[in-house]
Design a protein around this ligand. Sequence first.
Ligand SMILES: NC(=O)c1ccc[n+]([C@@H]2O[C@H](COP(=O)([O-])OP(=O)(O)OC[C@H]3O[C@@H](n4cnc5c(N)ncnc54)[C@H](O)[C@@H]3O)[C@@H](O)[C@H]2O)c1
Length: 418
Amino acid sequence: MKNYDIKDSSLAQEGRLRIDWAGKEMPVIKLIKERFSREKPLSGVRVSACLHITTETANLALALKEGGAEVVLCASNPLSTQDDVAAALVEYGVPVNAIKGEDNETYYKHIITALEHKPQITMDDGADLVSTLHKDYPKLAADVIGGTEETTTGVIRLRNMARAGKLIYPIIAVNDAQTKHFFDNRYGTGQSTIDGITRATNVLWAGRKVVVCGYGFCGRGIARRAQGLGAQVIVTEVRPIAALEAAMDGYQVMPLIKACQVGEVFITATGDMNVIDKMHILEMKDGAILANSGHFNSEINIPALESLAKSKKRVRSSVDEYTLKDGQRIYLLGEGRLINLAAAEGHPASVMDMSFANQALCLEYITRMQSKLEPAVYPVPEEIDQEVGKLKLASMNITIDSLTEEQKNYLASWELGT
Ligand SMILES: NC(=O)c1ccc[n+]([C@@H]2O[C@H](COP(=O)([O-])OP(=O)(O)OC[C@H]3O[C@@H](n4cnc5c(N)ncnc54)[C@H](O)[C@@H]3O)[C@@H](O)[C@H]2O)c1
């Protein structure tokens, strides 16, 4: 019986080429794959992974398979699947249930199919798979030894579950590894968000007034890249210290309602809901462009935008024009879903190399620990984080200094002063 659901098997050849291309930028995953191939640390482990179906995820899945894991994949967002990659993975023997543009019902049907694999390890990006297991299929947890979570929003949801006493197995917060969020969230989201908006609209960034909502790791990356292209960047925040940092990094900082009067492109990256709300939309100038790079499509209040509009039409792929009652036009990109994946290819492979090296090594760690971890959200073990950093540096041919014995003693002492 067919154990996959994809758009079109004939796209496999294109997908294979693109997976290979991304693989060239993933030297750390390559090293891990080679070792996994020899040592088979995941032999027979059933893994259900809910991740964006991209070329980088394909390289991760193939490394896990090489390590002996039985991996099935579903999408972590209805718009982020690359259908050619899904087709190629199926040919490689990794069942995928994901189609770009699937509706919500199909999205959850695919998650359920991934759960029918009876996972021993879950991999999630946003916690939709884990929350579906907990809400609707808690009995499956009997087989689960642990899981991993890729993104900020997923980690927040899982910590909330743990706090409420609802989390029934241990999960490692891969997002919180330094070699993940310092790089993936900042440089990966920074570059690919600008890429997505450019592909969707072909706007010139130089001189454009860009409002970045949220100055966390993603927001910092987006603001920096937009500024690098010549945009005038305004940052909005709710945390005083993040706002201060933005101001000292050289951006204008103000409440969003004020920024709406001048902004031309608005980009949300907060992990919050209704950040751009009805009152903001009403203040915006004709032609304002709205994009979201946060995990869920809740950062822009789309129902409010719909209710304000007298008409809506698709004017380019990934661009919907909403005409409000007074004639003002607002352009929503990628249906408010993370724009770097909806309109571009997501993060460049080189940065996903580190995120997914953490994922692969954490799966090995969970398998090794078996049932020794209590249900809780765990950090990535420090030695894994450091190892990923070292391997990445080596792959970039960068060498660094090391402490002398004298310096080690000095740094470990308190007696020596002026
Ligand atoms: N697009 C991608 O590929 C991608 C990659 C990584 C993370 N993410 C997602 O992006 C989102 C942000 O991630 P992060 O790592 O930057 O998180 P973060 O916690 O580092 O930063 C979020 C920031 O948003 C601010 N914020 C919250 N509500 C706000 C509001 N109403 N107005 C203004 N600012 C507000 C917070 O104070 C915080 O500084 C999450 O949903 C995460 O899962 C997306």
